[in-house]
Structures are given as C-alpha cells and as structure tokens.
Design a binder for this molecule. Structure first.
Ligand SMILES: [Zn+2]
Ligand SMILES: [Zn+2]
Length: 439
C-alpha cells in the first residue's frame, strides 16, 4: 500500500498538469497504465482530474475521463462538482458534455450552498446558464423539483440566481432568468442586506442594464428591504446616481412586459425575443428622457443619441409610427406594424386588476382581436432570415460589439439602434469587471 501511494504521488503532478494543458495522449497513457490515477485528488483542494479538465475547458480530456468513469459528480473539498467549476469558468462545451454524461444540476456546494445555476448566474456565463436551464427542463429535476422551483433555487443565504446576477451586473443572465420565470420580487434571507430584492441588489451594483431589465419585468420600486429601504435609497447610498434617477418613485415608470395577456404568454420564441428587445429599446428611450431631466448629466445613454439608420429598402415602413420597419404581423387579419408600436398598444391596455375586466388590445387597423403575433419574414432576403433565428436574436446584445456597422443589422432598425446602444454601454460593462472579484 505504502509503495503504491508513493508511486502514485510521483505521478500526481504529472497527471494534473497534463490534464490542465489538455495533453490528451499523455493523460490517456497514464490512465491506461494506472486506472486508479483517475480517482486521485490534489492535496489541498481535493480536485480530481475531471475538476481540473472542466475548470480549464479541456473538453477532449474531460470527455475521455467521463468515458472511463461511472460518476460525473465527484466532489472536491467544498463539495463542488466538475459541472459547478465549468459553469464558474464559463466552459460551455464542458458544461454541455457533463450534462450529457448525466451530471446532477441539483447539487449544493458547502461554501455558500450554491448550485451550478448560481455559479453561471454570478459569473455571467449566459450560455452556460441557458444550457443548465435547458437541462432542468428535460432531466429528472423537472419531475422532482419542477422547473420554476429550480429557476428560483436559493443558496444558504436565501439568494436566488437572479439575486446574484443582479448584484454582479450580469444583465444578460438577469434577462434570461426573468424570461424563464425567475421571481422578480423575491427577497433574500441573509445575502447582502436582509430582505433585498433583485432591484435592491442591482441598485447597489449600479447596473442600469439590470435595473432596466428588472423594471421591464415588473419589479416594484416601492418594495422595501427588512430595514424599510426602497431600492432608490440603496442607489443613493452607494452613489449610483443613474440608477437612482430611474428608481426614484417620482420618475415616470418604464414600460412593463405585458405578461397578463394571453397572446403574449403564447408568443413563439422568435416573436418573443423580438418584442422583448423592442421593449428594452423603448425603455432605453424613456430612460434617456428621465436621465436627461434629472440633475446629473453623466449618462452613457445620452451619448447614444443619433438618427435612426436608413430603413431597409425591402421592408415596409410601419404605418403607425412611420419610423421603423414592420416586423410583427397580427394573425388572421395579417396587418403589420413595428414591434415598438404593438408593444405600446399592449402596455397601454393592461388588464385592470380592480375590475378584473381585461380590456384586450385589438388590431389598430381593423379592430379585430389579436390572437397571435408573428414575426414578419423578409422574403426578398434569405440572409435576413438566418439572422432572425431565436438563438441569434437571444444573443443580440452579446454580439452587438461584433456586429458594429454590420449590414445585416441595418435591415432591422430596432436592432440597428440596439447595437448602437450596446456599444455605448461599454462603460457599464467595464465597471462590472471590477465588481466581479468581490464575492
Ligand atoms: Zn411603428
Ligand atoms: Zn388587422
């Protein structure tokens, strides 16, 4: 036994550095010579070879290791699994491979009682977040826990993934979580100030993008934490002036996603993404007005002012606003308008809670009731269609920097202005990097 251990120890460093560097053949040869090496763990952190491979994104090595082991959920010293580390470091291929190998998404570490979903949200890896949420829909978790319970899963201090994403200025993750049913007004237990909502945490983190997202999803500016403070007071306390301007209860409200409407709940993914983006766009314009009238003047939004880029020649202009291209079609009557106009229609006709008589929006052209909304397909340009795929649309903001001036975005004016705004919020994303290190 003693002899075996010393033999193993001499291999240890070689193994882990080979795994870390992705030396597939070397690791394979070591595993062939001594299969027990794969259950080895590092001295201090108790990391296995799988942890090291997952954290470093060494997908080939990880794949080979998974083929040779029964259990993808090996623990390190803090009961973190390889899946948690892959989600923490944003190694999407490893996240996908581990899930495919049957890794459990519903395990909690012993540091803060967090799951892989918490890690993806905290570190802002939206691709990993989506992948884990997709798994929650299709794996036994859905049956044992239910999807909506999983989205709102709490760590030891009562923080949901949405709380963490809002606190860390991860607006893409905030958006994904909200659109998958995260509770916008959930209060934390002991995380940050007791009783904080995601809006309190976004106010503290100073992310306009997160504040805007949360308000668009119906976050309540008047909800108080356990000390009786509304998010506005938190923003003032932490000198987040721009957020404070939006959170001021006296400022005009942003448009809220009209989720009570049946046809909004039943939108196909493509139309949903289109309208969600239009809502954000509309709110950015409102926000611009709010920020410009408030006393301070530093505003990344104000910089983004500019003329709408030229309309595409092969799309029809919206007959309501005469500004944007028709992107949405009302089913049955076939009337078309831009996403912003249909949203304005829906947001102004919210069901009245007191009378409970929902006044449903109707087609502004023929007054027929709206049963379904579809995305207008651009027939003359098959290229455009590929840009409409839900996957691409979901990434609009992530991709915005890459797509500066790209012709494909000029075809769709809501998106062309979107990419401009994305660029201008560069300041915000630079600030968020500094925050990342602080737990
Ligand atoms: Zn319009
Ligand atoms: Zn109509």
């Amino acid at each position: 036994m003693g002899q075996g251990m010393s033999c193993v120890e001499s291999h240890e460093n070689g193994l882990f550095s080979a795994v870390k560097n992705g030396e597939l053949q070397a690791v394979e040869a070591m595993a062939d010579a001594n299969p027990s090496l794969l259950t080895l763990k590092t001295a201090h952190q108790n990391l296995s070879a799988m942890h090291v491979a997952a954290a470093n994104g060494q997908i080939e090595v990880l794949s080979m290791l998974l083929d040779r082991t029964e259990d993808p959920d090996i623990f390190n010293r803090h009961k973190q699994t390889p899946l948690m580390l892959a989600a923490m470091f944003g190694k999407i291929s490893c996240v996908e491979r581990l899930i495919q190998a049957g890794a459990n998404i519903l395990l909690f570490d012993t540091v803060k009682g967090r799951t892989c979903l918490h890690y993806a949200a905290y570190y802002g890896h939206s691709d990993c977040l989506k992948s884990i949420l997709a798994a929650a829909n299709s794996t036994p978790v859905a049956h044992s826990w239910g999807f909506s319970r999983f989205v709102n899963i709490r760590d030891k201090s009562g923080a949901t993934p949405l709380h963490l994403a809002a606190r860390q200025n991860q607006s893409d993750c905030v958006h994904i979580l909200l659109s998958r049913g995260a509770l916008v007004c959930a209060s934390t237990g002991g995380y940050s100030d007791i009783g904080s909502t995601p809006l309190h945490l976004a106010a503290r983190g100073g992310s306009l993008d997160c504040v805007r997202e949360l308000l668009s999803w119906g976050a309540d500016r008047l909800q108080r934490d356990s000390s009786g403070r509304i998010p506005y007071m938190i923003a003032l306390k932490h000198k987040q002036d721009a957020c404070a301007a939006l959170l001021n209860p006296l400022a005009p409200e942003l448009l809220t996603w009209p989720f009570p409407l049946k046809f909004i709940r039943e939108l196909n993914p493509e139309a949903k993404t289109l309208l969600e983006n239009a809502l954000l766009e509309a709110n950015k314009n409102r926000e611009k007005a709010i920020l410009n009238t408030s006393s301070f003047s530093v505003s990344p939004i104000a910089v983004s002012e500019g003329n709408d880029e030229a309309e595409a020649s092969n799309t029809d202009l919206c007959c309501i606003c005469f500004e944007l291209a028709c992107t949405v079609e009302v089913e049955n009557c076939g009337h078309q308008m831009c996403a912003q106009c249909i949203l304005a229609l829906c947001c102004h006709s919210k069901p009245n809670a007191s009378t409970n008589s929902a006044k449903l929006p109707v087609c502004p052209f023929c007054r027929s009731s709206i049963t379904q909304l579809l995305v207008v397909k651009n027939k003359s340009d098959s290229e455009t269609e590929s840009h409409f795929s839900p996957r691409k649309l979901g990434r609009t903001r992530e991709a915005s920097n890459l797509c500066e001036g790209s012709r494909s975005f000029n075809n769709l004016s809501p998106f062309s202005s979107f990419s401009r705004l994305g660029r201008s919020s560069g300041k915000v994303s630079a600030e968020r990097d500094e925050e990342l290190d602080k737990p």
